[in-house]
Design a protein around this ligand. Structure first.
Ligand code: ADP
Ligand code: MG
Length: 452
C-alpha cells in the first residue's frame, strides 16, 4: 500500500463521515507504513487514536480493502517507532497545541455519528415534542431556551437527536464551535486537566465554545468536584448566551446525588422528555429502516406482517428493534429466501423472549374492566348478564393469549371458576371476533395497551 491509496481512501471517508468528523478524526491521521498486513498511522494524541480505532476502524479497513490494499489490522501510534507500546495515559502527554492552532480541530469532543440526522429520525407521538424542541434549537437564532434538557429511557433517541442538532448547526454555520461529549468524557477531561495541571487550558477550552452538548449527564451524580466544575462551565456559557443542550435518563428534579443548584440550573430552560415508543412509532421506524435496507439489498424479501409483528412484540427500546431488523436482513441474505413470520420468530427467539413483557392476569382484568366500564369486583364475581360476562370472557381470552398461565390457573384468578368455563370463554371470543368487527377492534386496542 502506498500513501496514494490512503489519500484516495481519505476522500471516500470524507464523503461518508461528513466534513466535521473528517476534519476532527480522519485528517489528523498520517499513514506511516504497511508491514505484514499491519497498517500503521501516526496520530497526534492517543485519545484521537483510540476514538478513530473504535469509531472508524472498521470503515477504514473496509475501504482500504476495497482500494486493493492487503491490510488485516490497523495500528494508531503517537510515535514513529511503531513497535513501542502506546504511552501510558499521562506518562507522555501529547504536546499541547500552540494557542494559535487551538482552533476547532482541537475541541475535545466525541465524534458525531453521521447516521444520526434529523432526516433519519422518525417522528411519532412519543417523541414529537422533543423533536420539535431539538429542531428549534438547531435552527440557531436567538437562544430562547437554555439549556434544552432532553430526558428519557435507554434507546429512545436522545443521543440521536443531539447529534442531529450538532450536524444541523454545523451545516448552517461551519464556523460554529459545537462541542458534543458525554458527561463521562467531561469528567475524564477534567480529571486529566487536574492531573496535568492544565486547568487553565481546560477552562478556556470549555468556555470558548459556541454550543455545548453534554450527553448522559446522570453520570456526574455523586461526583462532587466534577459537578462543581460542570456548574461553573455551565454558568459561564449561559452568561455569554451560548446554547447548552443536555440529556439525562430522568427529569432534573428526580436525579439523585446531584446538587440542588445544579438541578435547578438544569430545569431553568426547556425540559422535554422522550416517551417510551408506542406501536405506531415502532412500526414507522421499522418501515423506514427496512426501506433503507431494501435499497441496498433489493432482492431480500420480508413477508407481509413481519414488521407489524416485531412492532408488537419487541420492547420500546429502539436499539433492540434495530438489532432485530438487522438480524432479519442478515439472515435473509444468508439463506436467500423470503423471511416469513415463522422464520422471523425463529431467528429472533432470544430477543422475543427477553422483551416479553410479563403481563399479569390481574392487569388484564383491570384494563378490560376499565375499557368496558365494569367493576373489578364484577370481573371476578358471579354475575352472568351479558354486559358483564362478555368483558369477563374477553379478559379470559387475553389472559390465555398474553400470559403463560394454564386454564385452571386462569380460572382460579377469575373467582375460582372451572377450567372448562375459561375454555368456553376463550372459544366464544375466538368465534365472535371473526364476525364482530367492534369486538376485534376492542381486542386489538386492549392487546396494544397491555403490551406497552
Ligand atoms: P438514547 O441515547 O436515548 O439511549 P439513541 O439515540 O442512542 O438512544 O438511540 C438508539 C438507537 O435507536 C440509535 O441507533 C438511533 O438511531 C435509533 N433511534 C431512536 N429513536 C429513533 C427514531 N425516532 N427514529 C429513528 N431511529 C431512532
Ligand atoms: Mg444515548
Amino acid at each position: 500500500m502506498t500513501n496514494e491509496i490512503w489519500v484516495q481512501v481519505r476522500d471516500v471517508l470524507r464523503q461518508e463521515v461528513g466534513q466535521s468528523n473528517y476534519r476532527n478524526w480522519i485528517e489528523p491521521l498520517e499513514f506511516a507504513q504497511l508491514d505484514g498486513g499491519v497498517a500503521t498511522f501516526l496520530v497526534p494524541t492517543s485519545f484521537i487514536g483510540n476514538w478513530v480505532e473504535r469509531n472508524f476502524g472498521d470503515r477504514i479497513l473496509h475501504h482500504l480493502h476495497s482500494a486493493g490494499a492487503h491490510v488485516s489490522r490497523l495500528v494508531f501510534s503517537v510515535s514513529r517507532i511503531t513497535a513501542a507500546p502506546d504511552p501510558k495515559p499521562g506518562a507522555a502527554p501529547a504536546p499541547a497545541p500552540k494557542p494559535a492552532e487551538a482552533a476547532k480541530e482541537d475541541l475535545p469532543g466525541a465524534p458525531l455519528d453521521p447516521r444520526y440526522t434529523f432526516d433519519s429520525f422518525v417522528v411519532g407521538k412519543p417523541n414529537q415534542l422533543a423533536h420539535a424542541a431539538a429542531r428549534r434549537v438547531a435552527e440557531g437564532g436567538p437562544v430562547t431556551f437554555n439549556p434544552l434538557f432532553l430526558y428519557g429511557g435507554v434507546g429512545l433517541g436522545k443521543t440521536h437527536l443531539m447529534h442531529a442538532i450538532a450536524h444541523e448547526m454545523q451545516t448552517r454555520d461551519p464556523s460554529l464551535k459545537v462541542l458534543y461529549l458525554s458527561a463521562e468524557q467531561f469528567m475524564y477531561r477534567f480529571v486529566q486537566a487536574l492531573r496535568e495541571k492544565q486547568m487553565m487550558d481546560f477552562k478556556h477550552l470549555f468556555r470558548s465554545v459556541d454550543v455545548l452538548m453534554v450527553d448522559d449527564v446522570q453520570f456526574i451524580a455523586g461526583k462532587d468536584s466534577t459537578q462543581e466544575e460542570f456548574f461553573h462551565t455551565f454558568n459561564a456559557l449561559v452568561d455569554q448566551n451560548k446554547q447548552i443542550i443536555i440529556s439525562g435518563d430522568r427529569a432534573p428534579g428526580e436525579m439523585k446525588d446531584v446538587e440542588d443548584r445544579i438541578k435547578s440550573r438544569l430545569q431553568s430552560g426547556l425540559v422535554v422528555d422522550l416517551h417510551p415508543t408506542d406501536y405506531e412509532l415502532r412500526l414507522g421506524i421499522l418501515q423506514t429502516k427496512a426501506a433503507r435496507y431494501r435499497e441496498q439489498y433489493p432482492d431480500l424479501l420480508i413477508a407481509e406482517g413481519v414488521l407489524e409483528f416485531l412492532a408488537h412484540r419487541i420492547s420500546t427500546n429502539v436499539r433492540v428493534l434495530e438489532g432485530a431488523l438487522m438480524r432479519l436482513f442478515a439472515f435473509a441474505s444468508l439463506v436467500g429466501y423470503e423471511i416469513t413470520l415463522e422464520k422471523a420468530q425463529d431467528a429472533l427467539s432470544d430477543i422475543l423472549r427477553a422483551s416479553d413483557r410479563k403481563v399479569t392476569v390481574e392487569e388484564i382484568q383491570r384494563k378490560v374492566a376499565e375499557h368496558f366500564n365494569i367493576r373489578m369486583s364484577d370481573m371476578i364475581g358471579p354475575k352472568r348478564q351479558r354486559s358483564i360476562a362478555r368483558p369477563r370472557q374477553v379478559a379470559m381470552y387475553l389472559s390465555k393469549a398474553l400470559t403463560t398461565r394454564s386454564l385452571p390457573d386462569i380460572g382460579r384468578r377469575f373467582g375460582g371458576r372451572d377450567h372448562t368455563t375459561v375454555m368456553h370463554g376463550v372459544r366464544r371470543i375466538e368465534a365472535l371476533k371473526a364476525s364482530d368487527t367492534q369486538l376485534a377492534e376492542d381486542l386489538e386496542m386492549l392487546r396494544r395497551a397491555l403490551e406497552e
